[in-house]
Ligand binder design. Structure first.
Ligand code: NAD
Length: 244
């Protein structure tokens, strides 16, 4: 299927995990694809990397401009860059709250602000934000991360309302625990990574984590012409975690 032929797409946090899987799939479906990342290294040849930090407005704006220039415009923006944080409200100091909200929430605001002038010139503009089941699931030990993703969910709905009349669709995906380098890092840090992995799998209704490719398929669907009437939705890719 080459349904994204002729479209330019930018994926933030596209050098790893869900973002990389999304960037690859967008390219396989015919889009020209740029990646904005802190470390856009070792990307496959069909992806063009731009180094930027979404917590810094100037570097984000410069990377979005450079990507739009390289792609000949922007039709699809995937706001995917994000960082985690463990703990209850007693565990995270204010600086950590500021840092995680700055990357996970304001990062999307900055990238979107920079991309909107280009998206307005597109015939099929779409924004997809990577949210999380943490936005609605009430996960233990994830107060800060959940609050950041709750904000991403609300931001997605508000942006969808603000831009629907100009034809810009805005949706998000809510992945469950996904098998990415992020989760691998968490498991590696555990005392017994294998036991931790088995326990994590056992907590999933399907008995396994979701894959980055499965989340990417949902993101690409929401960005694609097949979703032309879909805006203001959150699509869960969580193995039944939130619904069961
Ligand atoms: P990952 O760590 O494998 O990849 C994240 C990428 O984002 C990295 O390439 C990193 O360099 C980049 N990044 C981080 N901070 C950045 C910044 N300030 N500026 C630019 N780039 C930055 O993580 P992943 O698991 O693929 O997660 C991607 C998204 O999916 C995140 O928004 C995360 O919250 C969300 N998510 C992940 C899971 C999961 O279980 N893995 C579940 C739900 C939601």
């Amino acid at each position: 299927l080459r349904d994204l032929e002729g479209l330019g797409a930018l994926v933030t946090g596209g050098a790893s995990g869900i973002g990389l899987a999304t960037a690859r799939l967008l390219a396989a479906r015919g889009a020209r694809v740029a990646v904005l990342d802190l470390a856009p290294d070792g990307l496959p040849g069909q992806l063009t990397g731009f180094k930027a930090d979404v917590s810094d407005d100037a570097s984000t704006r410069a990377a979005v401009d450079a990507a739009a220039e390289a792609l000949g415009g922007l039709d699809v923006l995937v706001n995917n860059a994000g960082i985690g944080a463990a703990g209850t409200v007693e565990d995270n100091p204010d600086e950590q709250w500021h840092r995680v909200l700055d990357v996970n929430v304001l990062g999307m605001v900055r990238t979107t602000r920079a991309a909107l002038p280009y998206l307005r010139r597109s015939a099929r503009p779409a924004i997809v934000n990577t949210c999380s089941i943490a936005a609605t699931a009430g996960l233990p030990q994830r107060a800060l991360y959940s609050a950041s993703k709750g904000a991403v969910l609300s931001l997605t709905l508000a942006m969808a309302a603000d831009h629907v009349r100009e034809g810009i669709r805005v949706n998000c995906v809510n992945p469950g625990t996904a098998d990415t380098p992020w989760v691998a890092r968490l498991l590696d840090a555990a005392d017994d990574p294998e036991a931790e992995r088995a326990a994590l799998d056992a907590r999933q209704p399907m008995g396994r984590l979701v894959t980055a490719d499965e989340v990417a398929a949902a993101i690409v669907y929401l960005a694609s012409p097949a979703a032309a009437s879909v805006t203001g939705t959150a699509l869960a890719v969580d193995g039944g975690m939130a619904g069961l």
